[in-house]
Write a protein that binds this ligand. Structure first.
Ligand code: CA
Length: 235
């Protein structure tokens, strides 16, 4: 198993193999995965990806279809001959045929590019949850801050934070993707009902309140002219 993965809960290790030839997509994905505590590794070709997928134990394989030396569907087929590792196909090919073939071969899910990192992380969580019979509901961020989505409680260094419902939502939204800068409108869209659209002033007030309760400005950093990002403050 890989390193302890905070996003997936206490003592749950998640190791992901990304088989993707596109450097830009791979590097942003790797950053998002490792940022949430996942042990992520990458291979660029069908040949190397397949070899690694079979020789090592991974919890999830993210598989591109258009690889320089072969088709990802063949890679999935070969992996399935020897291993039941969950496979999520991540492809620009949105064809119904590819999708059906992919799932028939034994892929667990199919995500079409472009996708949001949040969506992909949710799919990874879902696949891991189906395959790992452990409590992975608890979102634990590295060492200090723990967010339990089920009970909607957050603790810092073991001490419960008394957050309002919206403060919890804002913190949870940002903390799911540490280091990722979200525009104010994205946070408003993600947290508030679309019916009643909060104002950026409302959001700023919530962020100020959360920061106060966390006892340090640094947990939620303002990015001038853009929005906010979550940053883990070490002890
Ligand atoms: Ca590709």
């Amino acid at each position: 198993m890989g390193l302890s993965s905070p996003v997936f809960g206490h003592n749950v290790s998640v190791k992901v193999l990304l088989i993707e030839d596109d450097d830009a997509i791979a590097s942003s994905l790797l950053a998002a995965l490792t940022g949430t505590g996942i042990d992520a590794q990458r291979e660029k070709t069908a040949h190397e990806g397949q070899a690694k997928a079979i020789s090592e134990n991974f919890d999830v394989i993210l598989l591109d279809l258009g690889l320089p030396d072969g088709d990802g569907l063949d890679v999935a087929r070969k992996i399935r001959e020897t291993a039941q590792t969950p496979i999520i196909i991540v492809s620009a090919r949105g064809d119904e045929v590819d999708r059906i073939v992919g799932l028939e071969i034994g892929a667990d899910d199919y995500v079409v590019k472009p996708f949001s990192q949040r969506e992909l992380l949710a799919r990874i969580r879902a696949v891991v949850r189906r395959n790992v019979p452990r409590d992975i509901e608890v979102l634990t961020l590295p060492s200090r801050l723990r967010i339990d989505e089920k009970s909607r409680r957050a603790t810092l260094d073991g001490v419960e934070l008394s957050l309002t419902a919206k403060e919890f939502d804002v913190l949870n939204f940002l903390a799911q993707e540490p280091g990722v800068v979200f525009r104010r409108t994205e946070i408003l869209d993600g947290v508030w009902d679309t019916e009643w659209y909060g104002t950026t002033k409302t959001l700023d007030a919530h962020v100020a309140a959360i920061r106060k309760k966390l006892g340090h400005q640094g947990w939620i950093e303002a990015v001038r002219g853009v929005g906010f990002k979550f940053v883990e403050i070490p002890e």
